[in-house]
Write a protein that binds this ligand. Structure first.
Ligand code: ATP
Ligand code: MG
Length: 296
């Protein structure tokens, strides 16, 4: 069945169509700096394709939970034991229910573990449940980093292994990876290389631009155009999108992200006793345990 969903408008003024069945076989990589509109693009893709295909979203910020009200996605909080996550992922495949794995509030190590365990369980589903699922991973560089960071080797292995399975061996099992990243240079090469469709948004750093050019098979000088892209504009290429690089402006969405870009607003009138206000401790403060945030 050929289903073309409408992603927005092309620079030629036509509708930008994305072939969902082709996407299932050829996967998608989205790249763009912070604020370029990747999450908006993923939301557009998810909303438009929701009636046609099962979806699973790995959501580090809890941004996509708003899909639940309108489209019926089940929200799964990521803070669970491995056994629970495996059980849920298995039933998600059996019953073909769309879901959002929300990892908001977990530390990076736990996010990687939960996402890894969940994705691996989806990958390991029994053959009779290998129905097609779009697996969307926002901030994919967190789950498939190109270099080791501060997290334990074990968490990194689980997460990177799961992402590699998704992108390299998922197709036969019905899993179609759609991954988005701020920085191509931070994403593991083998994970990026398995996508045949690309949507490249605004990119400033040379190192990312060059990797994008290489992936798209573009002349490096032509890749300079990624610098001038506006928010919400992407260069599309691949069998599910366009046979030659085509500029696309992503259309509007029906649900909203929980987090939006900060807007300037006037500061409140400074109170007279501002020093008192800041330096007088509240009684609980002295008994509260000190939280230390791990370096990202
Ligand atoms: N095509 C678009 N039309 C209208 N608004 C858009 C469009 N694309 C993005 N925006 C708005 O721009 C802001 C930033 O977009 P978004 O959150 O998608 O960026 P991002 O690339 O995911 O950034 P980050 O990497 O920091 O998560 C959001 O408020 C979003 O609603
Ligand atoms: Mg985002």
């Amino acid at each position: 069945m050929k289903v073309g969903i409408d992603m927005g408008t092309t620079s030629e003024g036509t509708s930008a169509s994305l072939d969902i069945e082709e996407l299932l076989a050829t996967r998608l990589l989205v790249q763009g700096n912070s604020g370029s509109g990747k999450s908006h693009l993923l939301r557009r893709l998810l909303e438009q394709s929701a009636p046609w295909v099962q979806q699973c979203i790995i959501d580090p910020e809890g941004d996509f939970v708003t899909l639940a009200d309108k489209f019926g996605h089940v929200v799964i909080e990521g803070e669970r034991t491995d056994a629970e996550l495996i059980g849920i992922a298995t039933r998600i495949r059996q019953h073909r229910v769309s879901c959002v794995l929300s990892l908001e509030g977990l530390d990076i190590e736990q996010q990687m573990r939960s996402a890894g365990v969940f994705l691996n369980a989806m990958f390991d589903a029994d053959r009779e449940y290998w129905y097609p699922v779009l697996v969307v991973v926002d901030e994919a560089q967190m789950f498939a980093p190109s270099v080791g960071g501060d997290v334990s080797e074990e968490a990194r292995k689980v997460s990177l292994g799961a992402m590699t399975n998704l992108m390299c061996r998922g197709r036969k099992r019905g899993l179609a990876g759609v991954i988005a990243t701020q920085r191509l240079a931070k994403l593991a090469k083998n994970v990026a290389a398995e996508a045949s469709n690309f949507l490249m948004g605004r990119t400033f750093l040379d190192i990312d631009m060059l990797r994008a050019a290489d992936l798209l098979g573009m002349d490096r000088r032509t890749a300079e155009m990624f610098r001038d892209l506006k928010r919400g504009s992407f260069v599309a290429l691949g069998p599910a999108l366009s046979r030659r690089p085509l500029k696309v402006t992503i259309g509007s969405v029906e649900t909203s992200a929980r987090s939006t870009s900060p807007k300037l607003m006037p500061l409140p009138q400074a109170p007279q006793d501002v020093e008192d206000l800041i330096f007088t401790p509240d009684p609980e403060e002295l008994t509260r345990p000190i939280m230390r945030r791990a370096a990202p």
